[in-house]
Design a protein around this ligand. Sequence first.
Ligand SMILES: [Zn+2]
Ligand SMILES: [Zn+2]
Length: 297
Amino acid sequence: MNMNVPIEVTCFYKFCDLSPARVAGLKSEILECGTRSGMRGLVLLAEEGINGTVSGSAAAIGAFKAFLRGLPEFSDLSFKDSRCQKPPFRLFKVDLRKEIVALGDREVQPWRAARRALSPAEWQAALAAGDATVLDTRNIYETALGKFRNAVDPGIKVFSDFRNFLKHWPENREKKILIYCTGGIRCEKAAIEMENQGFKNVYQLDGGILNYLAQFPDQGFEGECFVFDHRVAVDQALQPSQRYGLCPHCGDPAAQRCSCLNCSKTAFICERCAQERALQSCSKNCAYHLRRNDAAV
Ligand SMILES: [Zn+2]
Ligand SMILES: [Zn+2]
């Protein structure tokens, strides 16, 4: 492949009520279509809907979008696009899950709920009005890389902890709350959970940070946006991060580069792992050799 031709990346989700048989049928159709066109990525299917990020040539992505929109359940599916030079995934996979986003409660059914979603322009106006609390619904390793200015960070490790965070959050239940996540999917459930816990004025950012940055780079969102693939994060222009890599030892985003003590290759190592000598290394394999050598001394 010519490395000057960018790879298209697109992400999408939809909550809808699918039967177990339909989920199984969709799995094989989607797998077939994606594999045939040489795409890579991960698509999650559950009885509550679909959620995926895939990459490929412009032609493959175009055909894949048309294929999905041709299915009766997904005729109104919308896509958030970005580009990169290196494939952000190694394989094409379609996985079956209990939930397409794990809140841990299948009674929270977004397709039954009325959404109060703000377009990026409406969100921008709501931020400017200054009368709302902004709440990030993402995890702490994501908020660490960037978030909306003055947003409340719930400090959660996994999304299923969001419910417990809310129970102890002292915010006024009548106040206007603006919530956001990466691509909008977590807020579909977060908004319902918040209403269940008595919050009366919750608005979600439609399409999430990725949709916002496509229209308003370098404004209300500060830093980079973590994404769940090899890019680690995207910057304000939705380009793959130049600042972060994934730590080879623990998988967390890492901002500092160091030279491997075993093979001298440069690698991103997270601050926590960098405290151990053997983990100042580019791979689990090099860490193994360093530990063995240290033990032999
Ligand atoms: Zn680490
Ligand atoms: Zn090494």
